[in-house]
Design a binder for this molecule. Structure first.
Ligand code: SF4
Length: 407
């Protein structure tokens, strides 16, 4: 039987690189991780704390809502406070409806932001739409800031959609309603980018996004966008949802697109549980890029799923503890030990796959399963280095992992 399939990731699509406050998006740069706050931006303390937490977790760009005068006035203060904390993280202003007015009335906000995100579907009131779009683009040109033209299917330009539906009807419905919707999303982004360029915004100051909440629509829309332009692309599945559904849907869609070489920056939009940890979206974005082999952020902890051969929860607890320790120590380790993010630690539940997997890791342990002697061989750099015994195997292995990383 012959079987042919190209398993390798496609080369990255060539896109025009955009400098977002010192972080290059597109132009061959590694895929950038970004996130968004959910604080009221007028709450300076709360927003500074959340931006700092997201940045510490690994968000290379952070977007904040700028929805009214109070939030626009807070932006330069937030930026200043972050700089005082030593955090030169690029802030992106998320504008809807009155962005033109807020940017005009708050020049310090326009300057403090590293990028403006505008939505062509609600850039202003219908009869003044083009003028308001132009006003934002002109502000961006004046302040030398890039703009993300972010189409969202929930606020799609209804005029454009209606026109495309009418055209489809006139031609005898060659496209399904879903295909017309995809076309409208794509055209909205491309027409807005063209208009921005005509106003004078350089090509290397434009990023496009076209977010929808359905996985297949998202893949189709970005495939269309990537084929029709060389603008840098921001990927994200909007309204991805809560819990595992949001993680799975985002990972499936973004993973498929990135495997095709599409995407220059990603945001995983997870709905946090009330009081939930906002940094989870950053963690998921990093893990997605890391498991696909596109970037390395943190040592990998390989752990088996466990089965009837495991007699206790020791190995799960140990794997979790090591994962937590690594995450906690990474900000310091990253500075002190360059390359630490490429390490692999294995924590395995029994002799069946334990020694083999541990040998493939930089450091690994095979814990005793049911009926095995209460000993745990440890492998370092592919070779058996020692055997741990007794009641503190987990604690001793933790120390060994820390020592290995530090040495
Ligand atoms: Fe089960 Fe052992 Fe395989 Fe882990 S390594 S899943 S404990 S057989």
């Amino acid at each position: 039987m012959s079987f042919s399939f190209d398993f390798e990731p496609k080369p990255r699509r060539r896109s025009v690189g955009v400098d977002v406050g010192g972080v290059l998006v597109g132009g061959g740069a590694p895929v950038v991780v970004q996130s968004m706050t959910n604080t009221d931006t007028a709450d300076i303390d709360g927003t500074v704390a959340q931006v700092a937490a997201l940045h510490r977790a690994g968000s290379e760009i952070v977007r904040i809502t700028v929805d009214r005068d109070e939030s626009a006035a807070a932006v330069p203060k937030i930026r200043e406070r972050l700089l005082r904390l030593g955090m030169d993280v690029p802030l992106v202003g998320d504008f809807h409806y009155i962005g033109h007015k807020l940017l005009a009335d708050h020049p310090a906000c326009a300057e403090a932001l590293a990028k403006y995100r505008i939505n062509p579907g609600n850039v202003g009131f219908k009869d003044k739409k083009d003028r308001q779009f132009a006003a934002i683009v002109e502000t961006a040109i004046r302040h030398d800031k890039p703009v993300r033209i972010g189409v969202n299917w929930g606020s799609l330009d209804q005029e454009l959609l209606t026109r495309l539906m009418d055209e489809n009807q006139d031609k005898g419905f060659p496209l399904t309603a879903q295909q017309v919707m995809r076309e409208a999303i794509c055209q909205s982004a491309l027409l807005s980018a063209k208009l921005a360029e005509e106003i004078g915004l350089p090509r290397d100051h434009i990023i496009l996004s076209a977010k929808v909440s359905n996985v297949q629509d998202l893949i189709a829309v970005y495939a269309m966008l990537s084929a029709r332009s060389d603008h840098a692309l921001h990927l994200g599945l909007t309204e991805a949802g809560m819990g595992t559904k949001g993680v799975v849907a985002s990972s499936a869609s973004l993973g498929i697109l990135m495997q095709q070489g599409i995407g220059d920056t990603i945001r995983i939009s997870l709905t946090p549980e009330p009081g939930g940890d906002r940094t989870r979206e950053v963690q998921v974005a990093q893990e997605l890029l890391q498991v696909m082999g596109f970037r390395q952020f943190i040592p990998v902890v390989a752990a088996c799923p466990g089965c009837g051969r495991t007699t206790s929860t020791v190995f799960q607890e140990l794997a979790q503890k090591i994962q937590d320790d690594i995450r906690k120590n990474m900000p310091v380790w990253r500075e002190k030990y360059p390359g630490v993010e490429g390490l692999k630690v294995a924590v395995m539940g029994c002799i069946v796959n334990g020694p083999g997997e541990s040998k493939h890791a930089d450091i690994g342990i095979s814990l005793p399963g049911t009926g095995e002697l209460p000993i745990a061989p440890v492998y370092v750099d592919g070779k058996k280095a020692m055997t741990l015994r007794g009641t503190n195997i987990a604690g001793e292995f933790e120390t060994l992992v820390n020592d290995y990383i530090e040495k």
